[in-house]
Design a protein around this ligand. Structure first.
Ligand SMILES: Cc1ncc(COP(=O)(O)O)c(C=O)c1O
Length: 405
């Protein structure tokens, strides 16, 4: 797929404005480019089935929307504490207790403007110029850019289906160098939808601890799991920083709200950074999010989680049937990372060209592997099944017809 790059005039203008060199290390987020291409086709009247963006097709349920409107009407819209309002930090802590049996001190919870702000704060706190940070390949694209933005060097380590596409303890030990400072992982992972087993997670965390490094564990998809809840890093280690969000399980992507759980000793560090970088997360979103934890909201979220599972149970076998390689069943999130190399298609060796030609010919949008790493991007594409079941059926049908040509 051709990704628009700045033309000469734009480059000259950027140089004239003396854009910092660190921006050179930041690549475009191809999923957004795919969205743009799909949007252009839609504007021309095409019926595009979008399976590219990682965003639930559900929106915040009624109790949450009502709480937001109530906060606006009552004028509770001023800046809040930088770490978030205490009732929300307490509600998040209570959710850990009820959903995972974990006792987390609410004072360790830092409410952020989405997981993105959480990852940014974590990198601001932990990554110094020249520090190396290990992550699995493939992984969530922004992670390497968060690290680069603070002068660090992301080191992507090719993962394998045998290890559920996750970073292992053995890899951490083998790749730890003089400049290595820590790891950033996600479980369940984007783009593979696979989570670490409890044992994998423990081994990986032990390997990091043995080096006195930091572990940032992104648990944004923990609520969306289909074969039993994956282990939280918080069950094993008080030194980890976990990242979470209201975007995915709680269906609040555009509300920009998430949280971190940080070690006791780091709370003042995160507070100082949050005060300066963000002042606070959205007050309205925070008051609305309190309603997420009411039993009636949780009932809605659980129903929706089961709908995601139904879609997963349809799409994975259907893609396998078409010839996509999905060697390990994704157990969470809403992604399938498929190997296209054995497909009967002239672009089976180039996921970018394949994604673009399927978009043009079958009007089905998904993301080529290049966003997620360097190990085998040309062989892989990521499907998001955060779209209606019937649309997923149609997409499979269109793919089947295209591949049969
Ligand atoms: C693994 C992972 N982490 C973080 C984010 C960012 O989420 P948020 O909307 O909470 O900023 C995403 C979004 O897709 C993600 O997939």
């Amino acid at each position: 797929m051709s990704i628009p790059t700045p033309n000469n005039l734009e480059l000259q203008a950027a140089r004239a404005l003396q854009v910092a060199t660190r921006v050179d290390a930041i690549e475009p987020f191809r999923v957004m480019e795919m969205l743009k291409a799909a949007g252009a086709l839609k504007a021309d009247g095409a019926d595009v089935i979008s399976m590219s963006v990682g965003e639930p097709d559900f929106t915040a349920p009624e109790p949450v929307a009502a709480a937001a409107m109530e906060a606006i009407r009552a004028g509770i819209t001023q800046y809040t504490d930088s770490l978030g309002i205490m009732p929300l930090r307490e509600a998040i802590a209570a959710h850990y207790a009820s959903s995972a049996g974990l006792a987390i001190d609410p004072r360790r919870i830092v409410v952020t403007a989405g997981a993105s702000a959480g990852l940014l704060l974590a990198c601001a706190a932990l990554v110094a110029e020249g520090d190396e940070v290990l992550m699995p390949d493939p992984c969530y694209p922004c992670n390497r850019h968060f690290v680069s933005a603070f002068g660090g060097k992301p080191v992507l380590i090719p993962s394998s289906a045998d290890d559920r596409y996750q970073l292992t303890g053995a890899q951490v030990s083998a790749h730890w160098g003089a400049r290595t400072r820590g790891v950033v992982v996600a479980s369940p992972s984007n783009p593979t939808g696979t989570s670490m087993t409890a044992q994998q997670l423990q081994e990986m965390l032990a390997a990091v601890r043995a080096k006195d490094g930091f572990a940032v564990v992104d648990e944004i998809y923990q609520g969306l799991s289909y074969d039993g809840a994956p282990a939280s890093a918080l069950a094993f280690d008080d030194h980890v920083i976990t990242v979470n969000s209201f975007s995915k399980y709680f269906n609040m992507t555009g509300w920009r709200l998430g949280w971190l759980v940080v070690p006791d000793a780091l709370v003042p560090v995160f507070e100082k950074l949050a005060q300066n970088l963000f002042i606070c997360p959205s007050a309205i979103a925070q008051h609305a999010a309190l309603a997420c934890f009411r039993p009636e909201s949780i009932a809605i979220y659980e129903e929706r989680r089961l709908e995601f599972k139904r879609r997963r149970d349809f799409i994975v076998p259907a893609l396998r049937e078409l010839g996509f390689g999905v060697p390990v069943m994704p157990d969470g999130a809403f992604y399938v990372y498929g190997d296209i190399s054995k497909l009967p298609h002239p672009d089976a060796g180039d996921s970018g060209a394949f994604a673009m030609s399927v978009l043009r010919q079958a009007h089905v949008a998904f993301v080529p592997g290049a966003d997620f790493g360097f190990a085998a991007p040309a062989r892989h594409v990521r499907f998001s099944y955060a779209t209606k079941y019937e649309r997923i059926e149609q997409a499979i049908d269109r793919l089947a017809r295209l591949l049969a040509r």
